[in-house]
Design a protein around this ligand. Structure first.
Ligand code: AMP
Length: 513
């Protein structure tokens, strides 16, 4: 059987000219810095040799919580080629969270930012992790110091498709975060599918401005560029002005919706700035129809929205090539080739076209289960082997999927189902509204009461009671928010997802008797 290590496939896609630039830094210390394809190979080989020198058990977890840098990318590649398991952690996590992840994953190695060494090493050593290295975003730290004396040639550890490549802890907005186990086969099959579906081609250059502790920036973006032998223009931090200024140097951009709204707020964003662009991709959170439309109007480009999650990598996508169809705002497109997507009811029954239900998936992209949670894993799969995404949506007659919300965000009030996305969509269309979030909070009579939190646009004067009154004539009374709060912004996590759990928490006493 040929080696199925993802790194082997990525390296095979490096261009023939290994001295060409693979990554150019756009910000951070020493920018612009240039890394050739040969650099990616040799520098990741050095780190892989360092890992080999530690005599780790096979498939050790390598936990990484650092600031974004090209060296952190090299570390990821090193872990892949060494056959160990990459465990990236959100750089915002603090002691209680790190303690949980280290206890749960038992990593053999922890790589942290130099500034965090004191407290992280304490937690890690206490939990039995023997090796803690540091890596700064300015090439400082013990990881690179120790790797520098290692040989720059390394034989890739052969892997089978079912071998673990990475564990991604879910954002855990409810309950304990779970480690989604992704295999070399999961990641490679999805990367190959996307390379084809998104029509990656010679000359493409990716602007990389997403964090690399999450599927979007780590897998979708990096694998996309590497598997196409495409250069990346690398931002350690997203800055709307700086990103727009560099659009003429790239052809592909991937962002969460927040990045698009921030760029739209810049007058410099126009058609001329985007003249060389081939593709704008959005995902990780719902892209407002308004943002989708505003982007087309301003730049002449139609954003391609796709849908995926840690457990499955990418699932559906709006088309890229015109012959595959149009990109429709508010929908997440079709199931990717080779991926099965269906919508089923509460009792597991198939639903008719257009009916709202749970989104279920299967395919070579679907993860191997939750780390050390066999029971939880079993619960999330149907008897016939489909993974329950926890997202709620509906499928059009032509197979386009629209996401209506997370099943846990579904509101049940007086026995009626309310889908927050429906109400949010209506509120967002009202004048003076930038966006909104609708949640359910405990209600003594109805079980849950509908509450809306609305963000005003610019300095618009908004009145919550007036918004509720406007909705009253348009939708069933049980769907109308019993209370509408007007705020300046919604709480969001690093991937731009609205943290509805925080809103529910904030308003949980609202209807208490
Ligand atoms: P994560 O595992 O952190 O990537 O979160 C995955 C979740 O993000 C999915 O289950 C969806 O709820 C949400 N999500 C991802 N992409 C989209 C999208 N294009 N539209 C709406 N929700 C999305």
């Amino acid at each position: 059987m040929p080696d199925a290590n993802l790194f082997t496939a990525l390296r095979a896609a490096f261009p023939r000219d290994l001295d060409a630039t693979a990554v150019e830094t756009a910000d951070g210390p020493g920018a612009p810095a240039f890394f050739t394809w040969r650099d990616l190979d040799r520098a990741s080989a050095r780190i892989a040799n360092l890992l080999a020198s530690l005599d780790l058990p096979a498939a050790s977890r390598i936990a990484v919580q650092t600031d974004k840098s090209v060296e952190a990318l090299l570390l990821y590649l090193a872990v892949l080629r060494s056959g160990h398991v990459y465990l990236p952690l959100n750089s915002a996590y603090q002691a209680a969270e790190i303690e949980y992840f280290v206890g749960n994953a038992e990593p053999a190695v922890f790589v942290c930012a130099p500034k965090n060494f004191a407290w992280i090493s304490k937690i890690a050593f206490r939990a039995g992790t023997k090796n803690v290295f540091t890596l700064g975003d300015d090439r400082s730290g013990t990881l690179l110091e120790r790797a520098a004396v290692q040989p720059d040639e390394h034989t890739v550890a052969p892997r089978e498709p079912g071998d673990l490549a990475s564990i991604i802890y879910t954002s855990g907005t409810t309950g304990r975060s779970k480690g989604a186990m992704l295999t070399h086969g999961n990641l490679l099959s999805n990367a190959r599918t996307l390379k084809d579906y998104w029509d990656w081609r010679a000359g493409d250059v990716l602007l990389h401005a997403l964090p690399i502790f999450h599927v979007h920036g780590l897998f979708v973006a990096i694998h996309g560029a590497l598997l196409n032998g495409s250069k990346m223009l690398w931002f350690n931090r997203f800055d709307a002005k700086a990103a727009i200024a560099r659009l003429p140097d790239v052809t592909v951009f991937m962002g969460v919706p927040t990045l698009y709204t921030r760029m739209l707020a810049e007058p410099a964003l126009d058609a001329a700035a985007c003249a060389r662009m081939r593709l704008f991709i959005s995902g990780s959170a719902p892209l407002l129809k308004e943002t989708f439309d505003a982007w087309t109007q301003r730049t002449g480009h139609t954003i391609l929205e796709r849908y995926g999650m840690s457990e499955t990598v990418m699932l559906t996508s709006n088309p890229c090539r015109p012959q595959d169809g149009a990109r429709v705002g508010g929908t997440v497109g079709y199931a990717l080739p080779g991926v099965g997507v269906r919508v089923h009811g509460d009792q597991g029954q198939p639903l008719a076209t257009g009916e709202i239900g749970g989104i279920e998936v299967r395919g070579p992209n679907v993860f191997a289960g939750y780390w050390r949670m066999p029971e939880k894993t079993k619960e999330e799969f149907t008897a016939d082997g489909w993974f329950r995404t926890g997202d709620v949506g509906r499928m059009d007659a032509d197979g386009r999927l629209t996401i209506v919300g997370r099943s846990k965000d579904l509101i049940i009030t007086g026995g009626y189902n309310v889908y927050p996305a429906e109400i949010e969509g209506l509120i967002n269309e009202l004048p003076g509204v930038a966006e909104s979030a609708v949640v359910g909070v405990p209600h003594p009579d109805f079980g849950e009461g509908v509450v809306a939190v609305v963000v005003r646009q610019g300095g618009a004067a908004l009145d919550g009671a007036a918004i509720a009154a406007t909705l009253k004539g348009r939708i069933a009374a049980f769907k109308v928010p019993k209370q509408v709060f007007v705020v300046d912004e919604l709480p969001r996590n690093a991937m731009g997802k609205v943290q509805k759990n925080l809103l529910r928490e904030q308003h949980r006493e609202l209807f208490a008797r």
